[in-house]
Ligand binder design. Sequence first.
Ligand code: PAF
Length: 279
Amino acid sequence: MTPIIRTVSDLRALARAWKSKGETIGVVPTMGALHDGHLSLARRARSECDRVITTIFVNPKQFNNPDDLKKYPRSEEADARLLATVPVDAIFAPPVEEVYPEGFISTVTLAGVAQPLEGHMRPGHFDGVATVVTKLFGMSLADRAYFGQKDWQQLQVVLRLVRDLNVPVEVVGCETIREADGLAMSSRNVQLTTRGRTKAPVLYAAITRAAEDIRSGHADRMAIREAAETMRAAGFDRVEYIELRDAETLMPSDDPTRPRRMLAAAWIDGVRLIDNIPV
Ligand code: PAF
């Protein structure tokens, strides 16, 4: 079975031993409740690095809603079994006090890319993500770090912070893995009701259609409005946003010559889903 490491000093000792032999380290940061999307990140890391660490840490600082944190799925034993199939070299699953010991007062905050969309809907979320990711990079001595494009804005935030703070980690963004019906894999999908699960793929279908319409010359606003209507008609309770943004800065963009991304967040039966696609 894969060793499960609980302390920063044990993780550092292991990472230093690997580094002293000239081995490269890939880290796959996760909050557990692993699915094929996470495993595809771990497999990619496996194929590109000598050593692979998967971190499993439900980071309280990135939850702006205490109820959401309480309900977040946790399944360490099952996660370890799945990771053994990759396989990874170590799992880092520290308790909260190890990551945020008494007296912890530092926060990594980004302006710009971290502010709109998820940053606006979930105040403090990206401060929590940026802080924990910076810590995980420092703890694991990783050369490369693997993130899914499903959390596109998070990926841009991490790319920006690594550049701004000269963190010596190469950030690798990996394709979103989808269920056969198009639903992006997410740890939150297990929270969907049977009805919610049936309707959830409409999110991807609606933004895909809108992106196609925009590419073939339809007005951006009109295509987006139609996507929101399709989702409401399918039973989504609330469409928080569907936005066409510059793929890197996440600022509004009506410049089709620059890479653009359509990003969406919506609620169905009490579960918040996000997704995004290139336009
Ligand atoms: O994407 C996630 O699961 C989390 O935001 C991350 C990157 C592991 C940080 O807690």
